[in-house]
Design a protein around this ligand. Structure first.
Ligand SMILES: Cc1cc2nc3c(=O)[nH]c(=O)nc-3n(C[C@H](O)[C@H](O)[C@H](O)COP(=O)(O)OP(=O)(O)OC[C@H]3O[C@@H](n4cnc5c(N)ncnc54)[C@H](O)[C@@H]3O)c2cc1C
Length: 504
């Protein structure tokens, strides 16, 4: 059943003879008729004004993916009606645990760079908090004979922790160049728009088109494919990394502003010591040459990647000396050892009844937030006030892709049954729910996401928020130096290789 807020004078109210401005329940099929009824006179626009309330149990009871998609199209007015790609990847804690139990850390270390290698596909679950880094690490340590055999895998998990720590520190600053590029090029050499041939996978370059089509169809790309794609866009096409990052965030099921933008910057050399380049030999090695076999550019000998690294460097960065010296000294990023351990700053819990705020970083039914207050009312709000993950400078706001919405909805289906799901302005909805349930404070999982933090600031003008942390992946008494991953890893390594129960 849906709860509908109808406005005075609406057709729905007239038909059901209810008093003005009330909440009432109608079944999903009736809702659809109501929403598409030309006589419905809901102010100012039917889809924008109707707030669909459903709880996790009701969402889970929808009969299959098609019904879920119909529900999402009804509930989320900002979904692009022309976007119909659905991903084979399924959301939810059950699928996440199955994927975690399938990991093979030793095989991963040997094969992870190959497109057919034993990578885990855990990223959409880690990104949405369905799994935590620490539980995945703990599991990896239990299935290897020697902890050293899990180290490569744990080191890759650590990249996520590293990027998240930077995100906590700089927020939307991840959209700005962290350092001067080391390419000798200036912003005037770059354009800001993505060519349609890139986004539709019709450049005629076999590899690039395959990656583009895989991304838009499935919401997943192997790490190596992401690196090649980002390098092609930034170095060969000279498109600003922000434009590519923005497009990736729209489509990736694991779309995470920190991991994504900072990886783009790593490729672009605004957060690394040199630009990342690849050539055809490298691509053929890790793809088995599958894309080159049918590529017109391979047979015509016009492949732009078919060259040595020296030749490519001369061609792509003509004003740069052979050792790719920085165009200006990199700005210091943060002082070593001074980063507070943001993941471990506890907030005191006030007395009184709480409301649990579940957001897109905390879609885990086993999260500490539910253990803290198992029976507390809980609310998730699809944010229709701003449809982009974070504001990208000079780009129009994209809609969340259908496949990402499905993934999130499938996670919601497996949340505790009392979780209420609404659509609209998160701050208003949370305040209304807190008022209705007489909550004295809100409990939420801590997040680096500036948009969620802005919502929290609005809430805090009315009632207090208690932040709960997931178990830490690593701890360091001296704090972390985030200037480079290698420096972070120097301090994080010994802690990262310990199971959670042994963390100080
Ligand atoms: C241009 C570019 C954009 C990227 N955008 C994102 C993004 O939006 N979201 C995202 O989660 N990752 C992103 N990555 C990092 C990485 O590509 C993905 O995390 C990884 O490919 C996900 O697949 P997997 O789960 O099979 O990874 P696996 O190789 O199986 O790794 C296991 C887990 O470790 C973490 N991990 C591994 N490598 C990295 C890395 N380099 N950076 C951060 N975490 C890592 C991920 O959580 C991943 O799920 C990006 C990388 C590049 C080069």
């Amino acid at each position: 059943m849906y709860h509908i807020h109808a406005y005075s004078g609406s057709t729905a109210q007239a038909e059901t003879a209810l008093p003005a401005s009330v909440q009432f329940k109608i079944p999903p099929n009736l809702f659809h008729r109501f929403a598409t009824d030309p006589r419905a006179s809901i102010h100012p626009h039917p889809r924008a004004s109707i707030l669909i309330h459903v709880n996790a149990q009701e969402l889970a009871a929808l009969p299959g993916r098609a019904a879920l998609i119909a529900h999402l199209r009804d509930s989320l007015p900002h979904l692009d009606p022309n976007d119909s790609a659905t991903s084979p990847f399924r959301g939810g804690r059950t699928t996440a645990l199955a994927a975690m139990h399938a990991i093979q850390p030793e095989a991963y270390a040997r094969t992870r760079n190959f497109l057919t290698g034993k990578v885990t596909h855990l990223s959409p679950y880690l990104r949405h908090g369905v799994l935590t880094l620490s539980e995945v690490r703990d599991h990896a340590l239990t299935i290897v004979h020697n902890p050293a055999h899990a180290e490569k895998f744990i080191n890759e998990l650590a990249w996520r922790d590293y990027w998240q720590r930077i995100y906590f520190e700089i927020g939307d600053g991840i959209w700005q160049d962290r350092e001067a590029p080391k390419t000798g090029l200036s912003p005037t050499h770059f354009r800001s728009d993505l060519p349609e041939a890139v986004t539709t996978g019709t450049t005629t370059l076999g590899c690039i088109d395959a990656f583009s089509q895989e991304l838009t169809a499935t919401g997943y790309l192997h790490n190596h494919a992401r690196m090649w794609f980002a390098a092609y866009l930034t170095h060969w096409l000279r498109i600003r990394w922000q434009a590519g990052a923005y497009w990736f965030l729209q489509h990736l099921l694991d779309g995470d502003p920190a991991s994504n933008n900072l990886s783009w910057q790593w490729v672009a050399s605004t957060f690394s010591t040199k630009p990342y380049l690849f050539n055809r030999e490298n691509l053929e090695r890790y793809t088995g040459g599958v894309h080159c076999r049918s590529c017109v550019h391979a047979s015509a000998k016009t492949c732009p990647f078919d060259a040595t690294y020296e030749e490519l460097t001369d061609r792509l960065f003509p004003r740069v000396t052979s050792n790719l010296a920085p165009s200006s000294p990199p700005a210091p990023y943060s002082r070593p050892g001074h980063q507070p351990d943001l993941f471990r700053t506890p907030t005191p819990v006030p007395t009184g009844a709480p409301l649990l705020w579940i957001h897109t970083d905390s879609l885990n039914p086993a999260a500490p937030i539910f253990a803290t207050c198992p029976d507390a009312p809980a609310l998730f709000v699809w944010d229709t006030t701003a449809s982009t993950p974070t504001p990208a400078p000079s780009s129009p706001a994209p809609s969340i892709s259908l496949k990402r919405a499905i993934f999130i909805a499938e996670c919601l289906q497996q949340m505790p049954p009392q979780l209420e799901i609404r659509t609209g302005d998160p701050a208003s909805e949370l305040l209304a729910a807190a008022h209705a349930t007489q909550a004295s404070h809100i409990i939420a999982q801590r997040t680096p996401d500036p948009r969620l933090q802005a919502i929290a600031r609005t809430l805090q003008t009315h009632l207090s928020i208690v932040w709960i942390d997931p178990p830490p992946f690593v701890t360091a008494n001296r704090g972390f130096d985030l200037k480079r991953f290698s420096r972070y890893w120097q301090r994080a390594q010994s802690s990262a290789m310990q199971p959670t129960r042994s963390q100080p």
